[in-house]
Design a protein around this ligand. Structure first.
Ligand code: CLF
Ligand code: SF4
Length: 295
């Protein structure tokens, strides 16, 4: 069944192709820290899990974010989703993320709540997210073999052991947590979307394996996004000559991965403070100011 037909997705602009021109989302940049280092990320910019690198985002407190949501809701027709997608990782900032979700549940109960994460802490927080009303969750899964993951992740920091893991050991720890977390979220009835960054020369042969795995796990949607690699991003990949993925490469990969999980094709690689209909950048309109003065 297409995810668009599922009533839970009818007004979610990312999960339903039909909804993406009609309904709007707001991202709340309450999560500055991250617990892994992807080789396509520069911390000076937004998380490219769900965010276009290249533009920094003003961080907000949970209270400020809720004011922003209420303000934006009064100005934007069809605002249906509030999401936390960085600028770091939502679950590497549990205090801010959970406080924000709790406040949203109280003050904006009609909005769908959405989270994007690298998945490292997901097995520990899946239940809590569900309790707080998160029904849509995205995990970025770029590899299914630690040997490939080791080329994508420089390190992974585990808060439990207080240790930093590198190479295949780090990639394996991340992968195991991602798979466990995804499994738990599907079991809890959440609509799970997988984002995969297509990295030319690094994970082309890997993404069809990712597609096969997530199909077997009951994932709702697969979003293959191009690596954006420009010298000014200053990432490991851009510094080491790994090129951006072209539209044709993405198109071809979506065909290769179209083996049972619906492929998303309308993603706009949003900023961590994106506001509005997908592709329409109204973030500057809501960047500062009026909403902070609200009681
Ligand atoms: Fe935001 Fe992501 Fe939720 Fe959508 S974005 S947290 S699922 S509400 Fe959407 Fe933007 Fe693509 Fe993400 S277009 S980057 S898929
Ligand atoms: Fe950057 Fe996001 Fe990767 Fe963290 S998970 S390193 S913020 S792209």
């Amino acid at each position: 069944m297409s995810t668009s037909c599922n009533p839970a997705n009818q007004d979610h602009p990312c999960y339903s192709h039909e909804a993406h021109g009609l309904f709007a989302r707001i991202h709340l940049p309450v999560a500055p820290a991250c617990n892994i280092q992807c080789n396509y990320c520069n911390r000076k910019f937004d998380c490219s899990n769900e965010s276009r690198p290249g533009v920094t985002t003003t961080k907000l407190s949970p209270e400020e974010s809720v004011k922003k949501v209420l303000y934006a809701g009064s100005k934007i027709e069809g605002l249906s989703v509030a999401g936390i997608a960085g600028p770091g990782d939502a679950l590497a900032n549990p205090k801010q993320t959970f406080k924000t979700l709790g406040l949203l549940k109280e003050y904006a109960p009609d909005l769908k709540l959405c989270i994007s994460t690298n998945g490292l802490m997901l097995p520990f927080y899946a239940k809590k997210l569900k309790e707080l009303g998160v029904d849509h969750l995205t995990v970025t899964l770029n590899a299914i073999h630690p040997s490939v993951g080791a080329k994508i992740y420089a390190w992974v920091y585990d808060t439990h052991s207080k240790k930093r893991y590198t190479k295949e050991e780090g990639a394996e720890l991340l992968l195991n947590r991602q798979l466990k977390g995804i499994e738990e979220c599907v079991r809890l009835g959440m609509m799970v979307k997988i984002n995969s960054v297509l990295i030319p020369g690094v994970n082309e042969e890997e993404l069809p394996h990712v597609a096969k795995k997530i199909k077997s796990m009951g994932v709702a949607l697969h979003n293959i996004m191009p690596l954006l690699s420009l010298p000014e991003f200053g990432t490991y990949f851009s510094d080491h000559g790994v090129p951006s993925a072209t539209d044709a490469q993405v198109e071809e990969m979506r065909k290769r991965c179209d083996i049972g999980v619906e492929q998303m094709s309308h993603c706009r690689q949003c900023r961590a403070d994106a506001v509005g209909i997908l592709g329409e950048d109204r973030s500057s309109e809501f960047a500062q100011g009026e909403f902070l003065a609200l009681p």
